[in-house]
Design a protein around this ligand. Structure first.
Ligand code: X8Z
Ligand code: ZN
Length: 617
């Protein structure tokens, strides 16, 4: 086990951070009126806008690094002091960024060059939780945010005073236990962490909504949907379009899985005309189901590689897993990770303190101080997550030379899609090439492999959609605090066909038991990523001159594919995402055809299995 050191910076999504002081522009409209009676104030012009952006970026740079460093310290060592310092520095940054975002609107009617216009747009949309201008409120918002993240990170379920489980332990039980009572106990146990979050969350929503309205948005929901180079409401329609492409496939998978779970646990536990109870799907949140492959696999014996077993047999530890993932990127022509990555990352869960185990990738100085923070388990699932995280790091490094406001992914789904795209290339052929397995199962086994992957990728899709459907309703006030939990389960049932396994208590706040809610990380990005990664994979496989079925394609070793990928990464946010997408794939549209085509043979198989079943819920 490796001792981890820490000492630097922030999360991958830093393009959204600014700070800055300003020049030139007026502070507020009331000031304007006072001043206009004394000095005739000239209206801002294009040169003012450019100067404003330049200064903004300088200020942002100044404030963001200490905030990121403190956030790293906090998340890798949760205690009252790191919480306080992190909240303090994050508030400094957020309040400045909010102020600048507001000032950006002073240039709405000024004719400026395209680059300046884009930077003004990015500046205005950059915050996930904009702060109200009143300092007391801004400070409170920062405190709440830090506290919620800490509550999640330090969360435990104690069956007795001596017998406490951490989330990592509980995740392992959810993946491996086949005892419905144990699963239910752990499922309920983890959800005891979140009722105390509810009042704080409610307060956070009120404060951030105030910040959003100060920026000229209806509410925080509109701000969150406004960062996709199209009007906020059109983006919601885009999501509906993609979901309608994917729903028939999801329904077929759901039907098969429910039937097999009924066989495993009995139809009194898994009624065949209702949503699936959420504790039986091999994952704490029922978000990806690959861990129950053994329950739902085809009857005929198919050979499907067990990556978890192969890692164990070959003596892989956490570091070796990361090194192996790095070497995939190297084979595409990416430069190795810096020495500091190995010195400063957190790879294993420390025994002596609380940390935020949820995996993340950081670029602490926005240059070369790349790190991941992850409590790695030695499993195939986590091997993929490592590739996911490194995808963030390579993206961060690719756009580091761009002006600060362009340092980010084309849209947030792109950031989430890169490492996953690479992980799609962890095929049997690749595993054989790196010596993890001896032989490759022939094509007659492919349905097994496709089913295993679909349990992760297709099953995830409605989950990826519904988290923000819930949040948007919460932010807009459509869902009031007394309905937070019931609205959550309505969406879980509607989109996923998954239900709470037991009646929820009145104070339950189940959304809080999912990391991204207390951590305030938008979630639609993962839905988009699940669509995009298959579009990317298609194109990269073509460049790699793949001649096999697309699910057997690995781009390992293709510098040509690597170069095309890197070219897109280097664009950062400098252009609308549609242009970045087209630069790689030739198309400006996100489109689920690629993922549907990838799994097409499985759809046929599922339809055969379901022929005499009553599907739906
Ligand atoms: O949060 C993550 C990554 C870090 S950005 C590990 N993911 C989502 C989740 O765990 O809920 C990746 C897939 C979905
Ligand atoms: Zn990610």
């Amino acid at each position: 086990m490796r001792q981890v050191k820490y000492k630097h910076k922030l999360k991958y999504l830093t393009a959204a951070m600014l700070g800055m002081s300003l020049i030139g522009c007026s502070d507020s409209s009331t000031n304007n009126q006072q001043q206009s009676s004394q000095v005739q104030k000239r209206s801002p012009n294009a040169a003012d806008a450019k100067e404003f952006i330049e200064q903004a970026q300088i200020e942002l740079n100044k404030l963001s690094q200490p905030a990121v460093q403190a956030a790293w310290a906090y998340q890798t060592y949760i205690n009252q002091d790191t919480a306080a310092v992190s909240a303090y520095l994050s508030e400094k940054w957020t309040s400045k960024a909010s102020e600048l975002a507001k000032r950006a609107t002073d240039f709405n009617d000024v004719e400026v060059d395209a680059q300046t216009r884009r930077k003004l747009y990015l500046l205005r949309n950059s915050l996930v939780l904009p702060a109200p201008s009143e300092p007391v409120k801004s400070e409170r918002l920062a405190q709440i945010s830090s506290e919620l993240e800490g509550m999640y990170g330090a969360g435990k379920y104690c069956r007795t005073e001596q017998d406490c489980l951490r989330l990592t332990d509980m995740n392992n039980i959810m993946a491996n236990s086949r005892d419905p009572e144990v699963l239910l106990d752990v499922w309920k146990g983890w959800r005891e962490v979140s009722p105390p979050m509810k009042a704080l969350y409610e307060e956070q929503v009120t404060l951030a909504n105030e910040g959003a309205t100060e920026l000229g948005f209806k509410d925080l929901s509109e701000l969150w949907r406004n960062s996709y180079d199209m009007p906020a409401d059109e983006f919601a329609v885009e999501l509906d379009r993609l979901w309608s492409q994917l729903k028939p496939f999801y329904d077929a998978l759901h039907c098969h899985v429910r039937a097999e779970l009924g066989e495993q646990y009995g139809t009194d536990i898994v009624p065949q005309d209702q949503p699936i109870p959420a504790h039986l799907l091999g994952n704490m949140w029922a978000q990806s189901w690959g861990n129950i492959y053994d329950i739902v696999k085809p009857e005929e014996p198919l050979e499907v590689i067990d990556v978890t077993g192969a890692l164990a047999e070959n003596g892989y530890d956490e570091i070796k897993m990361v090194k192996q993932a790095e070497s995939f990127f190297s084979s595409l022509g990416f430069a190795p990770l810096p020495e500091t990555f190995w010195e400063r990352s957190l790879f294993t869960q420390p025994a002596d303190r609380d940390v935020v185990c949820h995996a993340s990738a950081w670029n602490v100085d926005e240059q070369d101080d790349l790190r991941i923070k992850m409590c790695i388990q030695i499993t195939g699932e986590e091997f993929s997550v490592i590739h996911h995280e490194l995808g963030h790091n390579y993206y961060q490094r690719a756009y580091k030379e761009l002006p600060m406001l362009y340092r980010g992914s084309a849209n947030d789904g792109f950031h989430e899609a890169i490492g996953d795209t690479i992980a799609l290339s962890i095929t049997p052929k690749y595993l054989q090439e790196i010596g993890l397995v001896d032989s490759i199962p022939d094509e007659s086994n492919d349905i097994g492999m496709l089913l295993k992957l679909a349990l992760d990728k297709i099953a995830f899709i409605p989950f990826g959609l519904l988290i923000d459907q819930w949040r948007w309703k919460v932010f807009s006030g459509e869902v009031a605090p007394e309905n937070y939990n019931s609205a959550w389960w309505e969406l879980r049932e509607k989109y996923q066909g998954v239900m709470a396994p037991v009646e929820r208590e009145v104070d339950a706040f189940d959304p809080g038991a999912k990391y991204h809610v207390p951590a305030n990380t938008p979630y639609t990005r993962y839905f988009l990523a699940h669509v995009l990664q298959f579009q990317f994979h298609n194109q990269l496989c073509e460049l790699a001159e793949n001649e096999e079925a697309i699910h057997r394609c690995s781009i390992y070793g293709s510098e040509k594919a690597g170069k095309a990928l890197n070219d897109m990464l280097e664009m950062g946010m400098s252009q609308p995402w549609q242009k970045a997408l087209a630069s790689l794939t030739g198309s400006e549209q996100m489109d689920a055809t690629a993922i549907l085509d990838y799994f097409a043979p499985l759809k046929q198989w599922l339809d055969e299995q379901n022929a005499s079943r009553q599907c739906g819920w």
